[in-house]
Design a protein around this ligand. Structure first.
Ligand code: TLP
Length: 341
């Protein structure tokens, strides 16, 4: 449902507001100082998160960015490189975190939908001994920039086994891993098996106001927890936010509704503006639109949309990203499409 003031917000699935149930759980959460390990609500959330992805331990962090950056810090040493898709969030959107915090560079791939193949890994490793050492490979599933595409489990398994043979560690940026689960029915732990660490976010489609978690084996997570304090991520009575995250995790199956809505949006746009969207490529809750097929003058349209209480992000080159989530519905999709028409 749209927000109470009637605004339909398609900018991201991060814009959702906490539900009444979340707010009630936050108000009554049992808390303690989490740096001492004393917060029972955080401890429960970490245990539940680790269990869902089949890892032995987890550590709660404020953002997906911190989860990714801590994982990169943990897996690499300065001067090394990370193998990842060129559009991967931790490389492109996290403000130079890998370079600044870990002193690492990137060796990039450019497969469709963020896919990395065994051949990509072999090609990257060919110059081992001459080029900087590659110590880490990052998966992003679902892959944000390509339009929320799911990376198939078989490919992840195959490529990961080649990467491991070359001695690489693997991190999964699973900010939206439960969207992949909802789209394919593959259990989260199968995707997580392809990584030594996985981070996922409670604050995207799952709808919590804040929070992510990094999961891995106990020794890894102990060290990530140590590094979290270094970055200022050691938080205190944060059971108040973990309480909302626990509800978000429990209700993760609802993500399928966002996918149905994104499918509807894609179909309507494809009908109204031929060639603007390929509905078959919409795997989850992100719809990438080719703005040239919708043909509008962006600054003017943006202003008129805002007046009509429709919020969207500006296009990125020719690409315009629309995202569905718990706080938009069928009537908001109708309103957006009618507005564009
Ligand atoms: N993505 C945000 C923006 O930063 C682009 C969004 O609106 O989609 N990994 C992936 C795959 C992400 O999409 C994001 C956020 C993050 C990590 C970082 O999470 P936060 O915002 O919690 O730091």
């Amino acid at each position: 449902m749209a927000f109470a003031d009637g605004t339909a917000d398609f900018r991201s699935d991060t814009v959702t507001r906490p539900t009444g149930e979340m707010l009630a759980a936050m108000a009554s959460a049992e808390v303690g100082d989490d740096v001492y390990g004393d917060d029972p609500t955080v401890n429960a959330l970490e245990e539940e998160s680790a269990q869902v992805v089949g890892k032995s331990a987890a550590v709660f962090v404020p953002t997906g960015t911190m989860g990714n950056q801590l994982s990169i810090m943990y897996h690499t040493s300065p001067g090394e490189e990370v193998l990842a898709d060129e559009g991967t969030h931790s490389r492109s959107v996290e403000r130079g975190g890998p370079q600044a915090l870990s002193g690492v560079g990137f060796r990039t791939t450019s497969g469709e939908g963020g896919r990395i193949t065994p051949e990509d890994v072999e090609a990257a490793m060919e110059m081992a001994g001459f080029y900087p050492r590659i110590s880490l490979m990052i998966w992003e599933n679902t892959h944000n920039l390509s339009g929320g595409r799911v990376i198939p489990l078989d490919l992840m398994t195959e490529t990961t086994s080649v990467a491991r043979r070359h001695g690489l560690s693997i991190h999964v940026d699973g900010a939206r891993i439960f969207n992949a689960v909802a789209a394919t029915g593959v259990p989260a732990h199968r995707y997580a098996e392809t990584g030594d660490t996985i981070q996922f976010c409670f604050s995207k489609g799952l709808g919590a106001p804040i929070g992510s978690v990094v999961c891995g084996d106990q020794e890894t997570i102990d060290e990530v927890r140590y590094l979290r304090k270094r970055l200022g991520g050691g938080m205190r009575q944060v059971g108040v936010i973990a309480a909302a995250a626990r509800i978000a995790l429990r209700d993760r199956d609802r993500l399928a509704e966002d996918h149905v809505l994104a499918g509807k949006l894609a179909t309507r746009l494809a009908e109204s503006f031929p060639g603007s969207v390929e509905p078959a490529d919409v795997d989850t809750n992100i719809v990438n639109v080719d703005i040239t097929k919708v043909a509008f003058d962006w600054p003017e349209m943006s202003e008129r949309m805002r007046r009509d209480r429709i919020l969207v992000n500006p296009p990125f080159g020719d690409l315009w990203r629309l995202v569905t989530h718990r706080d938009v519905d069928d009537s908001d999709v109708d309103r957006l499409v009618e507005f564009l028409r």
